[in-house]
Design a protein around this ligand. Structure first.
Ligand SMILES: *Cc1c(COP(=O)(O)O)cnc(C)c1O
Length: 386
C-alpha cells in the first residue's frame, strides 16, 4: 500500500460526511442503538460496532486503520499516552510469578512499571545489554513470557537485532514487544521483522506539533482484540476523538517532516563532530556509531534525536551552554516542529558533577523543522556562553 494513500485516504469514507476532506470529530460518549438484538451483539463483542467511546469511536477508527497500515500490522489500538500503550501491552501478556527480559535502560515509565508495579505480583525483570543477542538467550528462564525491546534507545541509541531477537523469542514461545518511537513505522517496521507488538509514543512524530499526548500499539488481529477486550476497555485509556483528529492531521505531513529532519540532522551532526568543545556525537546513522551497520540494515532512516558529550570541568559550563541558547528550547519530549535540548546533568547538584563521568556531560539534542544554519548559529551561541 502506498504511503501517500495511507496518509491521505485510507479509512476515510468522505461520502459519509459531506465529502469533507478533513474528517469530523465525532465527539460523543455514546451511540444510539435501535434494536435490542443489536445491543445484545454489542454487549457480547464491544469491538463489533459503535456503543460507547471508551471502546470504538469513528474518528479514532480512521486513525487506527492508518496506523496499523503504517506498521504493516493487522490492527492497532491508540491510547491516551505512549506509557498507557506500554502498560497495556505488558499487562495483557504477563501473569503473576512470570518473568520478563528487558533491554537495559528502557523508557523511564517502562522501567518504573518493571521495577515498582510488577514486583507486587512477583513478576521479575532481568535487564540485559541488548546489543548482543546472546545476552537475551542467557537471561531466558522457563517462566519468561515477554522480551521487551526499544530500538534505538532514546538516550544511548543502542539497537537490538530485531530479526535475531524475535527468532530467539519465537523458539521459546516468548512474546516480543518493541518500542519504535525513535524511528516511527516510516523508518523501521518491527512487525515485518517478526516482532509481535510494535508500540510508539504518538506524542512524538505522529502528532508532530507538541500539542497531543498519545500512544500506538500494533500487532495481529488476535493480539489486538485480546488487548481491546480486556486492558484497553478496563484501563479506559483510549484516545479521545479530538486528540485522534489531531493525530490524523499530524499524519498528513509525517513523511514530509521526516524528510526535512533527515536532511537537516546530518548537517548538525557534522557541525558538532568538528567542534573542539565536543568530545563525541552519538547518532545511529553516523559512520562512527558502534552499531552503524545494523542501523543501516534494519532502519531506513534515523530521526532528529542525537546526543553529544561536551568537554566540561564543571556543571555550570553545561548550564551556561543550555541557558545561552536563544532558539533551541530546553524541554523534555521530542518529535515536534521545534528543536529541543536536554542536559543529562539536570538531575545533579553542582557538587555531584564528575567530569570523568560522560553521563554527566551528555546533552540530548532534538532537531526540529528549523533551518540547519539557524540551529548551528544558536549552538554557536551556546558554546560561546560556556
Ligand atoms: C516519550 C516516549 C514514551 C512515552 O510516551 P508518552 O506519550 O510520553 O507516554 C515511550 N517511549 C519512548 C522511547 C519515548 O520517547
Amino acid at each position: 500500500m502506498d504511503l501517500s494513500f495511507i496518509l491521505n485516504e485510507l479509512g476515510e469514507n468522505r461520502s459519509d460526511y459531506f465529502n469533507a476532506i478533513a474528517p469530523p470529530i465525532i465527539q460523543t460518549s455514546n451511540f444510539q442503538v435501535r434494536k435490542v438484538d443489536e445491543l445484545r451483539n454489542l454487549f457480547a463483542d464491544e469491538s463489533s460496532g459503535y456503543l460507547y467511546s471508551r471502546g470504538i469511536n469513528p474518528t479514532v477508527d480512521i486513525l487506527r486503520e492508518k496506523l496499523a497500515a503504517l506498521d504493516r500490522a493487522e490492527d492497532a489500538l491508540v491510547f491516551n499516552s505512549g506509557a498507557a500503550a506500554i502498560f497495556a501491552a505488558v499487562l495483557a501478556n504477563i501473569q503473576a510469578d512470570e518473568h520478563i527480559v528487558s533491554v537495559q535502560k528502557p523508557y523511564t515509565w517502562a522501567q518504573r512499571m518493571f521495577d515498582n508495579i510488577l514486583p507486587r505480583f512477583n513478576v521479575d525483570t532481568t535487564y540485559v545489554d541488548g546489543t548482543l543477542v546472546e545476552n537475551f538467550a542467557e537471561a531466558i528462564r522457563p517462566n519468561t513470557r515477554i522480551i521487551y525491546l526499544e530500538s534505538p534507545n532514546s538516550w544511548s541509541y543502542a539497537l537490538q537485532d530485531l530479526r535475531a531477537v524475535s527468532e530467539l523469542a519465537r523458539d521459546h514461545g516468548i512474546i516480543t514487544i518493541c518500542d519504535n518511537s525513535y524511528c516511527t513505522p516510516i523508518y523501521q517496521r518491527p512487525i515485518e521483522m517478526g516482532i509481535d507488538l510494535a508500540l510508539q509514543s504518538a506524542t512524538k512524530y505522529i502528532g508532530g506539533h507538541s500539542d497531543t499526548v498519545a500512544g500506538v500499539l500494533s500487532g495481529s488481529s488476535a493480539m489486538i482484540k485480546k488487548i481491546f477486550d480486556s486492558e484497553y476497555l478496563n484501563i479506559g485509556s483510549g484516545i479521545q476523538p479530538f486528540n485522534a483528529w489531531l493525530l490524523i492531521r499530524g499524519l498528513r505531513t509525517l513523511s514530509a517532516r521526516l524528510d526535512r529532519i533527515s536532511a537537516t540532522t546530518p548537517k548538525i551532526v557534522a557541525y558538532l563532530k568538528e567542534h573542539h568543545q565536543v568530545e563525541k556525537v552519538l547518532f545511529p546513522f553516523d559512520v562512527t556509531f558502534p552499531q552503524y551497520e545494523l542501523a543501516r540494515e534494519q532502519m531506513s532512516g534515523a530521526c532528529g534525536l542525537l546526543s553529544f558529550y561536551l568537554y566540561a570541568d564543571t556543571r555550570q559550563e553545561i548550564v551556561r551552554f543550555c541557558e545561552g541558547l536563544h532558539h533551541i528550547m530546553m524541554a523534555v519530549s521530542w518529535g515536534g516542529h521545534e528543536s529541543l535540548i536536554l542536559p543529562g546533568c539536570a538531575s545533579l547538584e553542582d557538587e555531584e558533577f564528575n567530569p570523568d563521568n560522560p553521563a554527566h556531560r551528555v546533552l540530548r539534542l532534538y532537531v526540529g523543522l528549523e533551518e540547519a544554519d539557524y540551529l548551528i548559529r544558536d549552538l554557536e551561541r551556546g558554546f560561546e556562553s560556556m
